[in-house]
Design a protein around this ligand. Structure first.
Ligand SMILES: *Cc1c(COP(=O)(O)O)cnc(C)c1O
Length: 817
């Protein structure tokens, strides 16, 4: 109950939003209070009562049965549904409710026609696969059908029974569809031909009251998920209008819970439960604890937030503020920053046609789309919980982004998948950004979200897109400051001692990223992005013992220092039974590979206990024949384009030959890599890190350690007076000691660089400052990919190419000497 918050509300009430009658006076402490009260009340109910499995005569069983019947009634009352007219069937979630309806219709003798609105969630769309004919309808199609001008599925109707499904609110853009459709569909029914309505209320009920007081106008079947209203429990419901519900009773399947008598052996007969409607459709034991928790959730939610009407007013007030804020943002050249897909026309009845959801996309000042994936990363660093992509709403997204079916198929063939990295194809963006507001949202949430977009996406000075890169800097004095390998992908680094010559191979520094951790269920390689604790798993190479030693450091000291040793020899017998292990398919950064997984219990337990997920170690040995190979994906980025006017070229003292643009043959050549993300070797330049840290310090942040970039080579300059930040963008090749390397392009970054490699804690920096200073076409870059160029002349040295700390670095081309 913050005064500041209340007075803010007052100010808005009086000025721009006279509609606002009352608001929810809760800040984020209120959200915590809600979660705490709910959990405490629920646990105390569980501790003080003994709830048995229903359907028996014991006191504990009867207690459960009675409580559940009371809760059924209470839930129906929440929707003003008369228990004489309606029944509620508890299901796992809204999707399960939809599937239950489908299961019943599917078994009708003559099949059924299915029409679904284009704004439907995927879960409604999928029903079409079991219908004898189906069609996706837009508003106009629905009007035509309701006016009798066309059939629900067009001409091809094959049955007299039809089902029409639509969302009460689109989960994509928050649009609210007419609830009056149910009544109109029913009015068109004649004796022979009957159409039923299935309303998906999942998105709608989370911030609005659904009124089923008039059974004659209500939908026949309504589905919803309670977790969307209360956060907990994970439970859904199918609310059935009993008069229409007899069609569901034709379902053939029966199971435990839905029958009174079943004969099996000589005679096959069963008597379905007859007492109440829901008995025949609730298969197996009910989710009793979830239903009991629902009761607690209803109580606590009401205590804290008041009525659903109040939540509706609160959220639509915030939504309008968000709409106004986002739509007013403009780049300095006047171009719009946000393309908003949700509708916001009349201010009077905002909440009638629009839920508290704003779906939008961002554009730069040249009118190009900003990648949603990149936006989502930055938003998550700033702690905004945003959803982006296709949002399980294929029709809605295709319509608002004007994506044609052939384009969707094309994008799919080009590698697009829901949640994929790339989301812009042929100049079109494939998903939207969705900001949703709920009872817990506050004015300051909305304000800080708008300022966040202003801070990162509103371009003030329009930059010259094609400006020439700075002249090639003087690289004299550049040397290798440190060398690091990461034997286990995404785990801690192993620093190479300064007096050691380290071998470089085509795949990278020897022993780099040869192992990884894989999830035992999915085979997916684990990454620090999801499991920051991996930073504290520190492998080291002990050549004397021939072992990879792995230690786990718990900075909080809760766990004792643990150690594991794995033989370095890729002896196949180690993987065979006995030691336990096998070749298994796995995925690393989207590539399918076959890795040798270790299944010895002490190995799997070591990693699984640390990370809290079932995982184990896997190996992808260098040059191993028979293993799938991976190739480098790194390439030169546009911001690195070399200068085109040769007259500008300055000869650089210290360079052993003038740089040339990377030739395309070389770029396309396949370069093998092990388990690194993109390329054989990653290098960073200390001068660039220094300017980055200056920026971070200026904005009051904590400077980043070089370790967060997980580079193999850190380059530094001995000429402190003449720093050359980001000079590496324009290098095409390097000579380190006696070895030649080709630069393969800048390294694209994600928020994994926010993980402190010493403590595994996540910070905002350096991602936030990089996003402001090193963003090109909405991607963020720091560091350079590179690979070793083997010498063409075989000599003793060239058969064992090495580099070491302290080696002098020169830039230039890689001509053989
Ligand atoms: C969330 C949602 C669903 C799916 O709900 P589940 O709980 O995942 O089954 C379906 N439709 C809409 C409109 C939704 O918002």
């Amino acid at each position: 109950m913050e005064d500041g918050y209340n007075s803010n509300v007052e100010a808005f009430r009086e000025a721009e939003y006279p509609m606002l009658q009352d608001a929810i006076y809760l800040d984020h402490a209120g959200t915590t209070l809600y979660a705490k009260s709910l959990m405490e009340k629920f646990t105390s109910d569980m501790i003080s009562n003994l709830y048995g499995n229903p359907h028996s005569a014991s006191a504990s069983s009867q207690l459960t049965t009675n409580r559940i019947e009371d809760i059924r009634l209470k839930v129906l009352r929440c929707f003003n549904a008369d228990p004489e007219e309606f029944d509620i069937i508890f299901v796992a979630n809204a999707t399960a409710g939809i599937k239950l309806v489908m299961e019943c219709f599917r078994e009708l003798e003559g099949g059924y026609n299915y029409g679904y609105h284009k704004d439907s969630h995927t879960s409604l769309v999928g029903v079409r696969e079991s219908a004898s004919s189906s069609r996706c309808l837009d508003d106009e199609d629905v009007e035509q059908w309701l006016s009798g001008a066309s059939g629900l599925v067009g001409e091809g109707a094959s049955s007299d029974i039809s089902l029409f499904a639509y969302p009460a609110q689109s989960n994509m853009d928050g649009r609210r569809l007419p609830l009056s459709w149910s009544e109109r569909v029913r009015a068109n029914n004649s004796n022979g031909r009957v159409s039923y309505t299935l309303l998906d209320a999942s998105a709608f009920v989370s911030t609005s009251a659904l009124d089923l007081s008039d059974a004659s106008t209500a939908p026949d079947f309504t589905v919803l998920s309670f977790y969307k209203i209360f956060g907990f429990p994970d439970l859904g419901a199918l609310i059935v209008r009993k008069e229409s519900g007899t069609i569901l009773q034709r379902r053939k399947y029966f199971g435990g819970g839905t029958v009174d008598v079943v004969l099996c052996m000589r005679e096959q007969w069963h008597a379905p439960k007859s007492q109440s409607f829901h008995d025949r459709l609730e298969d197996g034991t009910l989710a009793i604890h979830n239903i009991l928790a629902l009761n607690t959730a209803l109580e606590v939610h009401r205590e804290l937030y008041g009525s659903m009407e109040k939540i509706a007013r609160h959220t639509s007030f915030l939504a309008r503020k968000l709409f106004d804020g986002l739509s007013s943002l403009r780049h300095e050249n006047g171009e719009l920053v946000c393309v908003i897909h949700s509708s916001r026309s009349s201010t009077q009845h905002f909440s009638e046609f629009q839920g508290p959801v704003v779906a939008f996309n961002l554009k730069n000042s040249y009118g190009a789309w900003i990648s949603n994936t990149e936006f989502e990363r930055l938003a998550s660093v700033r702690n905004f919980h945003i959803r982006s992509g296709g949002l399980c709403n294929p029709g809605g997204v295709a319509a608002c982004l004007q994506l044609e079916p052939w384009e969707m198929r094309n994008n799919f063939s080009a590698g697009y998948r829901c949640g994929a990295e790339t989301d812009i194809y042929a100049g079109k963006i494939t998903g939207v950004i969705r900001a949703s507001l709920g009872a817990m949202s506050t004015i300051s949430d909305v304000d800080s979200f708008i300022s966040f977009i202003r801070e990162f996406y509103v371009e003030t000075a329009t930059q010259d897109v094609d400006e020439h890169p700075p002249t090639i800097p003087n690289p004299a004095g550049l040397f290798v400051e440190s060398l690091t390998i990461y034997p286990i992908k995404s785990c801690g680094g192993f620093t190479i001692a300064s007096n050691v010559d380290w071998e470089v191979r085509p795949e990278g520094l020897v022993w780099d990223r040869e192992w990884c951790l894989v999830h035992q269920g999915t085979g997916q390689a684990l990454s620090q992005k999801r499991h920051p604790l991996m930073a504290l798993i520190r492998p080291s190479l002990d050549f004397r013992r021939g072992m990879l030693c792995i230690q786990f450091y718990d900075p909080k000291g809760n766990l004792p220092l643990q150690e594991l040793a794995i033989p370095l020899s890729a002896n196949p017998s180690f993987y065979t039974t006995g030691d336990g292990g096998k070749s298994s398919p796995s995925r690393v950064c989207g590539d399918a590979i076959v890795a040798q997984t270790y299944s010895k219990p002490e190995i799997t337990a070591f990693f699984s206990n640390i990370l809290g997920v079932p995982c184990t170690l896997a190996r992808f040995p260098a040059g191993g024949s028979g293993f799938s190979t991976r190739h480098s994906k790194a390439h030169m980025q546009k911001h690195q384009r070399p200068k085109r006017h040769s007259s500008d070229e300055v000869h650089v003292p210290g360079a052993f030959a003038p740089p040339t643009p990377p030739d395309s043959d070389n770029e396309n050549r396949k370069r093998p890599i092990l388990l690194s993300n993109e390329s054989p070797i990653l290098a960073i330049n200390k001068d660039s890190l220094d300017v980055l840290n200056d920026g971070i310090i200026r904005s009051g942040g904590k400077p980043a350690s070089a370790s967060v970039f997980r580079a193999n080579i850190v380059l530094a300059s001995s000429q402190l007076s003449n720093p050359q930040p980001y000079a590496e963008d324009h290098w095409s090749s390097l000579r380190i000691g006696q070895q030649n390397f080709q630069m393969l392009g800048s390294c694209r970054r994600c928020h994994m660089i926010c993980v402190d490699q010493d403590t595994a804690e996540k910070n905002e920096e350096p991602f936030v400052t990089l996003a402001k200073t090193r963003r090109f076409e909405s991607k963020i870059f720091f560091g350079s990919h590179m690979c070793h160029i083997p010498s063409k002349i075989a000599t003793k040295e060239s058969q064992y190419p090495t580099i070491r700390v302290g080696d002098i670095v020169r830039i230039g081309t890689t001509e053989e000497t």
